[in-house]
Structures are given as C-alpha cells and as structure tokens.
Design a protein around this ligand. Structure first.
Ligand code: DC
Length: 227
C-alpha cells in the first residue's frame, strides 16, 4: 500500500518538530522527527567514546541496536535497549550531532529506518533532507525558516532559560554554527527542495503555521485519516 508523506525541513530550531507533531495530530498521521535518530546515535557515540574516532564510530553504529517505536502517533527511538528521553535535546548532544550526522554510514542507517517507517504508516517527517533526499516523492514538502534571533528566543523559552540579550546572542551563535555545518556537509546537506513551499514563521503564531500546512495538504487531497 502506498503511504503518504508530508516532509517538513528547515534549519535548527525553526519550529519543525512542534509544527510537524501538530500537523500529524490534525491529520492522524504519525509524527517522525528524523533529528531524533541522529541525536540517539550521537548520544550512544558519546557514551562509548566514539566521537572523533571515525572507524570506531563506523563499527559501533553498524552494531548499534536502533528501534523506532510508535506510541500515540508519535515516534520515539530506542537505542541499545534504552529510550534516552529529554537528554537527546540537550546542549551536549546538540554540540556533536552535526559532526556525527555528516558521516555517510550514519546517514544511510537513518535513511533506511525512515523509509521503513513510511512503509507502515502515513507520516509527517521533519528534518533537513526529507524533501530533497529521503522522500523526494513526498506529497507535500514544506521548508520552514525564521530569523535566527527569533529561533534562539524560542529555543531558550523551550528550555526555560533566561531571555537576556546575551543569552539570545549566544544561542543564536550556536544555532548558526549548526546550520553552517548542516548546510555545507557533502552528503544530503540542509537545503530546500526545488518543489518545497517556504514558510517564514518569524512573525507567525504556531497555530497559523499548522493551519497553513493543513490547508496546503488539503489542496493536495490529504485529509485527516478516519480509521
Ligand atoms: O532537528 P534537530 O535539531 O533535532 O536535528 C539534529 C541534527 O541532526 C541536525 O543538526 C543535523 C542532523 N539532521 C540531519 O542531518 N538530517 C535530518 N534529516 C535531521 C537532522
């Protein structure tokens, strides 16, 4: 059976995951946050001391047990028998995730896990290369962008941090560094697919972004699943 895919790509902290989760909820699709796979692998690599050790990382990733788990329409990742949880979004994993996700063997592993998920469910999948590489035939492709200071402000709010000018500037610098690494890597860099629709969310309320995507989906014949 041919499943439907909505791809949502964009730079770090552009609101992809929150938006994708809500769009998936409205359509009763499964939300697949592809960044979570890269973060889970990075978390395991840090614990095993594979960071900066390409051949150990390559062997380690090949043997790593990575299991997608769908619960209540949201996908989580079990890695080596554990579900790491909130630590995956933390600063330590964020620091190394761009470097780990630049390796071809890491990307190949995640690509096949993502495609396998789309074999069994209608999905809203967010990431960097979803519309361009993973699902080039996606029914709808969205590219979310937002001003970097606004992205930094949202990220700090999510983590309950202080919203001082200095904190926003520092967070913006971290996001820009990650965007640079993600956009300049050789394999599957962050980029907007030619047929993706760009939405600038800087001055939009989150609910309006979700509504716009649901409307675009309806224009392409995607309505909420009834089953
Ligand atoms: O969406 P995120 O911030 O959780 O993603 C974490 C990192 O994972 C991101 O900096 C680069 C990598 N990533 C990727 O290379 N390709 C994707 N489709 C998703 C994430």
């Amino acid at each position: 059976m041919s499943r439907r895919v909505i791809a949502i790509d964009g730079p770090a902290a552009s609101g992809k995951s929150t938006t994708a989760r809500q769009v998936a909820g409205r359509l009763r699709f499964v939300h697949v946050n592809s960044g979570l796979f890269y973060r889970a692998i990075t978390w395991a690599a840090q614990r095993h001391g594979w960071i900066g050790e390409a051949s150990r990382l390559c062997k380690g990733v090949a043997a790593l047990d990575i299991e997608p788990e769908v619960r209540d329409g949201i996908l989580s990742v079990r890695v080596a028998g554990q579900t790491p949880g909130a630590v995956l979004q933390g600063r330590e994993v964020s620091r190394d995730v761009s470097a780990v996700s630049a390796y071809g063997f890491v990307r190949d592993r995640v690509l096949s896990l993502l495609r396998a998920t789309a074999e069994v469910a209608d999905i809203v999948c967010d990431g960097r290369d979803i519309g361009s590489v993973v699902f080039p035939g996606a029914t709808l492709k969205i590219f979310l962008v937002a001003d970097v200071k606004e992205r930094a402000r949202r990220r700090l709010l999510d983590f309950g941090g202080a919203l001082s000018d200095v904190a926003i500037r520092e967070e913006a610098a971290r996001l820009e560094a990650r965007d640079r690494a993600d956009s300049t890597r050789e394999r599957a860099p962050l980029r907007r697919a030619a047929d993706a629709i760009e939405i600038d969310t800087t001055e939009m309320a989150p609910g309006d972004v979700v509504q716009r995507i649901v409307d675009l989906a309806a224009e392409r014949g995607i309505e909420a699943r009834t089953g």
